[in-house]
Design a protein around this ligand. Structure first.
Ligand code: FEO
Length: 385
């Protein structure tokens, strides 16, 4: 797809609607876009490339925008293959092009490409600029805003931030869907571990007057930027976004599931508006992680299995730990027919996380939910509401 970002800045990225799993793990029902941009000026700069799955479409877009002109610079913000796969094609097509990035990226580049680019490398550092004519690129290092070599670029004439993976979203550009839902799922699963580096970048970016954000995935953002930046402030500081309860359950025969749904009904009856229940075995795990971060209260409901935690709950806990889950209130429902252990093990894992309050009122079910269990669930709902 080709479109104008401004008169002389073009979007030349591609939509990928056929990918089954992004990063080999995330379902993307509405595909994903790999974004790339061209700035036409006295000097011409390409900002980032795309995934090899869409190499020829991207090269076609590029040559349509460039016509007979040759690009002077290729800026690489991020070396992950969904944004850099076409380097050899670019060098073959435009043999005089100079590659602009930072030392960290140039150091990693031979791991991905068997090519010597020393004579065409332009290494930039924090605060360096590159004049294209009317446009000037300002480079800001953004280490660990996904990978260690990441940098972002601010173009000062048109006040555009090329934000690398930051402000990215699943879903192709022609998908009509809520930004926050798929941007949140993208953020917590891909960048979520790196909240502190994202905060650092947001602080740096606040020094610039930004009118347009051009990310590497998802739509170009040009209106109401406070909304998107506000979401990133909340997400990267690990603060809950909404007041509500997310109930994540694993269940062998439906009894623990029943307890989870009973609790949800009790919370709603007590006036709680936002209660979300998910079966960890059947829902998208990335969506479950997103919801765990979205709400301020989390309930986990889990049977004891082989003397431990049911595997799908173990997987959920692993993801929470890896994504630095913190600053939440947690309650536990366990089930066990002869030696319940899941609750104790879950509590230990939560207490090892930062700023997690585990409610003392753990509910222990023995196989099926009885009247006494319902009373305990209702008491838990009182504490949670
Ligand atoms: Fe879209 Fe970190 O790559």
């Amino acid at each position: 797809m080709i479109k104008n970002v401004t008169d002389n800045v073009y979007y030349v990225g591609v939509d990928d609607k056929t990918i089954d799993l992004f990063e080999g793990q995330y379902v993307v029902p509405n595909g994903v876009s790999y974004n790339s941009y061209v700035i036409m000026d006295d000097k011409i700069a390409i900002i980032d490339m795309v995934d090899k799955r869409k190499a020829s479409d991207w090269m076609d877009n590029l040559s349509q925008v460039l016509g007979e002109k040759k690009p002077d610079y290729l800026v690489i913000s991020h070396l992950e293959p969904d944004h850099s796969a076409n380097l050899m094609d670019v060098i073959a097509q435009y043999p005089d092009i100079q590659i602009v990035s930072n030392d960290k990226l140039f150091g990693m580049l031979p791991q991905f490409f068997d090519v010597d680019i020393k004579d065409r490398s332009v290494s930039v550092k924090e605060g360096d600029t590159l004049e294209l004519g009317e446009h000037t690129l300002h480079f800001l290092m953004a280490p660990m805003v996904h990978w260690p070599e990441v940098m972002v670029t601010y173009e000062s004439a048109e006040k555009i931030l090329f934000s690398a993976d930051g402000f990215g979203k699943f879903g192709t550009l022609d998908t009509d869907e809520d930004w926050a839902c798929e941007a949140r799922r993208y953020y917590f699963n891909i960048v979520g571990k790196y909240g502190i580096p994202v905060q650092t970048l947001l602080k740096k970016a606040a020094a610039f007057d930004i009118r347009i954000i051009c990310p590497l995935h998802g739509p170009i953002l040009s209106e109401n930027l406070e909304y998107y930046i506000g979401k990133y402030q909340t997400w990267s500081s690990y603060e809950p976004e909404d007041k509500g309860v997310f109930i994540a359950y694993a269940s062998l025969h439906g009894n623990t599931a029943g307890a989870a749904h009973d609790l949800a009904g009790m919370l709603k009856a007590k006036g709680m508006e936002k209660v979300v229940v998910s079966d960890l075995a059947r829902e998208d795990m990335a969506e479950c992680i997103e919801d765990a971060f979205r709400y301020d209260r989390l309930v986990v409901a889990c049977p004891t299995y082989d003397g431990g935690i049911m595997p799908v709950m173990e997987d959920f806990m692993y993801h929470l730990k890896m994504k630095a889950f913190q600053k939440r209130t947690v309650a536990i429902i366990e089930n066990g027919s002869w030696a319940p252990m899941a609750g104790k093990l879950l509590k230990e894992q939560f207490l090892a996380m930062k700023d997690i309050t585990v409610l003392e009122d753990m509910v222990t079910i023995r196989s099926t939910v009885k009247e006494a269990d319902r009373k305990n669930l209702d008491a838990l709902a009182e504490k949670l509401k």
